[in-house]
Design a protein around this ligand. Sequence first.
Ligand SMILES: CC(=O)SCCNC(=O)CCNC(=O)[C@H](O)C(C)(C)COP(=O)(O)OP(=O)(O)OC[C@H]1O[C@@H](n2cnc3c(N)ncnc32)[C@H](O)[C@@H]1OP(=O)(O)O
Ligand SMILES: O=C([O-])CC(=O)C(=O)O
Length: 374
Amino acid sequence: MAVSLGLEDVFIKYTGLTFIDGNAGVLRYRGYDINDLVQNTGFEEVCYLMTNGELPNSQQLAEFKKSVKEHYKLPDHVMELISDLPREADTLTMMETAFASLSSGDYQWNKENDRKQVPKILGENLGIISNIYRHKMGMGLQNPDPKYDYAEAFLRNCFGNADEKKISAMNAALVIYVDHEVPASTTAALVASSTLSDMYSCITAATAALKGPLHGGAAEAAYKQLLDIGNVDNVENWFKTNILDGKRRLMGFGHRVYRTYDPRMKIFKKLATTLEQTDEQKKLFEIAVKLEELGVKEFGGKGIYPNTDYYSGIVFNEIGFPIYMFTTLFGFSRVLGWLSHITEYVEEEERLIRPRAVYTGPDKRDFVKIQDRK
Ligand SMILES: CC(=O)SCCNC(=O)CCNC(=O)[C@H](O)C(C)(C)COP(=O)(O)OP(=O)(O)OC[C@H]1O[C@@H](n2cnc3c(N)ncnc32)[C@H](O)[C@@H]1OP(=O)(O)O
Ligand SMILES: O=C([O-])CC(=O)C(=O)O
C-alpha cells in the first residue's frame, strides 16, 4: 500500500479560488494574476472577489467595506481576554485564543449565512490582530476607527498614524497573503470544517498549523537568519558553515509547489525598496540579496528558490512591525483564504476528511497483566 507522506501530490478538493503553476511561477486568484491584483486593488476588493467570485463595482465595494466596518468593534469579552493574556505569549497563540473565544459552538453551516459571516469575521480580525500588537507593546486596547479602510485602520490602530506608502505596502502584503490553495494551514481548516465544526474553530485550527517554521513561521526564521549573519561580508562564510557544512535548511527557501521563484517573493523584494529604509534595514536587505544569490546558485538546480516569506519580514519591519508580528500578519490576511476554502468545501462538496494510515506495529500479542510484566 502506498502512503503519500506529507500528502504530497494528493488533491483533496476542487477549487475556483486559487490557481498555481509551480513550474512557471504563476499565481492567480479567481483567474486574476497576483501582480495585477497587487497593483490595482486593495484588500477589501480582493476579499469581495474571493467571497463572491467577481470583482465588485464601486457600489458593491462600498457596501462590502461598510459591512466590514460595522464589525471593527470587538466584543468586550475578547478585549478583556487579550489584555489578560501574558504579554510574553507568542502572537499566534494570542490569535488562536481570541478566535476560539468567538466561537459560540452552535453555528449551523448554511449557504445563505456563510457568506454573510465573512465581513463580520474580517472586521473582528482587524480588532484582534491590532489589539494583539497593542497588548504586546504594553498599550491599552482600543477598537479600530471605522472612518478608515482596512489597511489604514489597522496601521492607525497599531501606530496611531499611517502614511500613504505604508498603507499601500500593507494593502499589498494583505493581498499577497490572501490565499495559496491548500497549504498546511488551509488543510487544517478544511479538516475541521469537514466535521461541520464552526468557522471560528476552523480558523483556530488553521492558525495552529500556520505557526511552525516550515509554513508561516518561516517569515520570522528567514529574518532571524539575516540578523544572525549581521553583515554582508559574512554571508558567504555563514552560508558555508550553516547551510552547506551545517546541513541546515535555508529558511524562506523551498516550496512544495513552486519549482521556480515564488511570484509573491518578487513583489515583496520590490516593495522592500519602495519603502524608506533605515541604515539597519538597508544592511539586512543587502544581506538578503547576497544570500538569495548564493541560495539560488546552490539549490536552484533542485528547484529550490526563495518563497514568499523570504523578503516579507523586511517589508513588515519597514512598515514598523517587530519580528514577533510577522507570522501573525500572514495569518491576518490568510483568515480570508481559510474562510473562502472552508465555505467552498462545505457548500459544494462536503465530505468528512478522514484518511487512513498503514499499520506497521506488532502483530496480535497476548495481554500481560501488570504484576507479571518484567
Ligand atoms: C508560506 C510558506 O509556507 S512557504 C514555505 C516556508 N518554509 C520555509 O521557508 C522553510 C524552509 N523550507 C523547507 O523546509 C521546505 O522547502 C518546505 C517544507 C517548505 C517544502 O519542502 P518539501 O516539499 O516537504 O520538500 P522536502 O522537505 O522533502 O525537501 C526536498 C529536498 O529539498 C531540500 N530542501 C528543501 N528546502 C530546503 C531549504 N530551504 N534549504 C535547503 N534544502 C532544502 C531537502 O533537504 C530535500 O533534499 P534531499 O532530497 O537531498 O533530502
Ligand atoms: O502553499 C504552501 O504550501 C505555503 C504557502 O506558500 C502559503 O501558504 O502561502
